[in-house]
Design a protein around this ligand. Structure first.
Ligand code: T46
Length: 135
């Protein structure tokens, strides 16, 4: 899992982190969205992206993100505005265990495009096999 630790610029008044494209986020940030108020026992995600790169930051509460590259599944609990999880292209992602106060901020390298999503796990595995076959 590629975790990004944002420098804590806080002082005696409280915390502060700063996020800048191509500095502590490895792409141009074209879109920002927020997931919040997720109902109890609801999981989200269950897709991969063809081109999109993202960094997910839990700015309040906590949630678990599972990343699957087609061979290995790894999971991380996000619970701090000081930590970002980089999610590359062609990675299946699932989000679980949202606390009721969880606010997940996501920075994205592209504008929203439904055609960039692969929402079928078998299609995802096929794509991964093709990529591995080519390289
Ligand atoms: C991702 C994970 C981490 C838009 O119209 N614009 C947007 O920018 C986004 C993100 C979503 N939508 C629409 C598409 C769906 O009709 O909002 C609806 C909910 O999206 P979705 O079911 O894809 O939400 P999640 O939480 O399953 O996935 C989201 C992102 O879509 C996805 O890119 O990687 O968070």
């Amino acid at each position: 899992m590629e975790m990004i630790n944002f420098e804590d610029l806080g002082d005696s008044r409280g915390g502060l982190v700063s996020i800048e494209e191509h500095k502590n986020v490895p792409f141009e940030i074209k879109r920002v969205y927020c997931i919040y108020g997720v109902k109890k026992n609801v999981s989200r995600g269950f897709h991969s992206h063809k081109n999109l790169e993202q960094v997910a930051i839990c700015i309040n509460g906590s949630c678990t993100i599972v990343l699957d590259d087609g061979l290995i599944k790894r999971s991380a609990v996000l619970s701090s505005p000081k930590t970002g999880l980089y999610i590359g292209k062609n990675i299946w992602r699932e989000m679980h265990d949202f606390t009721s106060d969880c606010v997940l901020l996501v920075l994205a390298s592209e504008l929203y495009d439904e055609d960039d999503y692969i929402r079928s796990y078998s299609e995802f595995l096929k794509k991964i096999e093709n990529i591995r076959g080519v390289t």
